[in-house]
Design a protein. Structure first.
Length: 105
Protein backbone atom coordinates (compact mmCIF):
# COMPACT_ATOMS: atom_id res chain seq x y z
CA UNK A 1 0.00 0.00 0.00
CA UNK A 2 1.41 3.35 -0.96
CA UNK A 3 0.80 6.75 0.56
CA UNK A 4 -0.52 9.77 -1.31
CA UNK A 5 -0.46 13.36 -0.14
CA UNK A 6 -3.70 15.20 -0.87
CA UNK A 7 -5.13 18.59 0.00
CA UNK A 8 -8.66 19.07 1.26
CA UNK A 9 -9.88 22.59 1.93
CA UNK A 10 -6.30 23.88 2.03
CA UNK A 11 -4.98 21.29 4.49
CA UNK A 12 -2.63 18.46 3.51
CA UNK A 13 -3.30 14.85 4.43
CA UNK A 14 -1.27 11.69 3.88
CA UNK A 15 -3.61 8.84 2.91
CA UNK A 16 -2.95 5.14 2.45
CA UNK A 17 -3.91 3.94 -1.00
CA UNK A 18 -4.07 0.37 -2.32
CA UNK A 19 -2.13 -0.29 -5.51
CA UNK A 20 -4.21 0.70 -8.52
CA UNK A 21 -6.64 2.75 -6.42
CA UNK A 22 -5.09 6.15 -7.01
CA UNK A 23 -7.66 7.35 -9.52
CA UNK A 24 -10.62 6.41 -7.32
CA UNK A 25 -9.01 7.90 -4.23
CA UNK A 26 -8.20 11.17 -5.98
CA UNK A 27 -11.77 11.37 -7.31
CA UNK A 28 -13.09 10.86 -3.77
CA UNK A 29 -10.72 13.54 -2.43
CA UNK A 30 -11.91 15.95 -5.14
CA UNK A 31 -15.54 15.31 -4.20
CA UNK A 32 -14.89 15.85 -0.50
CA UNK A 33 -12.84 19.00 -1.16
CA UNK A 34 -15.52 20.42 -3.45
CA UNK A 35 -18.31 19.71 -0.95
CA UNK A 36 -16.40 21.06 2.06
CA UNK A 37 -15.30 24.18 0.17
CA UNK A 38 -18.87 24.88 -0.93
CA UNK A 39 -20.10 24.67 2.67
CA UNK A 40 -17.25 26.90 3.88
CA UNK A 41 -17.81 29.41 1.08
CA UNK A 42 -21.51 29.67 1.93
CA UNK A 43 -20.28 31.29 5.14
CA UNK A 44 -22.79 29.80 7.54
CA UNK A 45 -20.46 27.24 9.13
CA UNK A 46 -16.92 28.05 10.26
CA UNK A 47 -15.66 25.02 12.24
CA UNK A 48 -13.80 22.46 10.11
CA UNK A 49 -15.32 19.54 12.03
CA UNK A 50 -18.87 20.74 11.39
CA UNK A 51 -18.03 21.39 7.74
CA UNK A 52 -16.63 17.85 7.46
CA UNK A 53 -19.72 16.31 9.06
CA UNK A 54 -22.09 18.29 6.82
CA UNK A 55 -20.05 17.38 3.73
CA UNK A 56 -20.08 13.70 4.73
CA UNK A 57 -23.85 13.79 5.18
CA UNK A 58 -24.35 15.54 1.83
CA UNK A 59 -22.16 13.02 0.01
CA UNK A 60 -23.81 10.06 1.75
CA UNK A 61 -27.24 11.40 0.81
CA UNK A 62 -26.17 11.84 -2.83
CA UNK A 63 -24.88 8.26 -2.85
CA UNK A 64 -28.10 6.94 -1.31
CA UNK A 65 -30.19 8.75 -3.93
CA UNK A 66 -28.40 7.15 -6.87
CA UNK A 67 -30.43 4.49 -8.66
CA UNK A 68 -29.43 0.99 -7.67
CA UNK A 69 -27.36 -0.80 -10.32
CA UNK A 70 -28.97 -3.72 -12.11
CA UNK A 71 -27.94 -7.15 -10.81
CA UNK A 72 -25.14 -8.69 -12.86
CA UNK A 73 -27.27 -11.67 -13.91
CA UNK A 74 -30.00 -9.43 -15.29
CA UNK A 75 -27.64 -6.93 -16.89
CA UNK A 76 -27.13 -8.93 -20.05
CA UNK A 77 -28.94 -11.68 -21.83
CA UNK A 78 -27.14 -12.84 -24.97
CA UNK A 79 -25.22 -9.55 -25.01
CA UNK A 80 -28.27 -7.31 -24.80
CA UNK A 81 -28.94 -4.89 -21.96
CA UNK A 82 -32.31 -5.28 -20.17
CA UNK A 83 -33.63 -2.13 -21.84
CA UNK A 84 -32.87 -3.65 -25.25
CA UNK A 85 -34.93 -6.76 -24.68
CA UNK A 86 -38.04 -7.02 -26.81
CA UNK A 87 -40.64 -9.15 -25.06
CA UNK A 88 -42.29 -10.26 -28.31
CA UNK A 89 -38.95 -11.33 -29.78
CA UNK A 90 -38.17 -13.24 -26.59
CA UNK A 91 -41.51 -15.06 -26.75
CA UNK A 92 -40.88 -15.94 -30.41
CA UNK A 93 -37.46 -17.36 -29.50
CA UNK A 94 -39.00 -19.47 -26.74
CA UNK A 95 -41.70 -20.66 -29.15
CA UNK A 96 -39.02 -21.65 -31.68
CA UNK A 97 -37.12 -23.51 -29.00
CA UNK A 98 -40.27 -25.38 -27.96
CA UNK A 99 -40.92 -26.31 -31.59
CA UNK A 100 -43.83 -28.74 -32.09
CA UNK A 101 -44.13 -29.38 -28.35
CA UNK A 102 -46.29 -26.34 -27.95
CA UNK A 103 -46.21 -22.61 -27.88
CA UNK A 104 -45.76 -20.39 -24.89
CA UNK A 105 -48.72 -18.17 -25.79
Amino acid sequence: MKQIEVTIMGQSYILGCPDGGETSLLAAVASVDKEMSAIRDAGKVKARERIAVLAALNLAYQLAERPAPAPAAASAVNGHAPADLDLDALIRRVDQALGDDGQLL
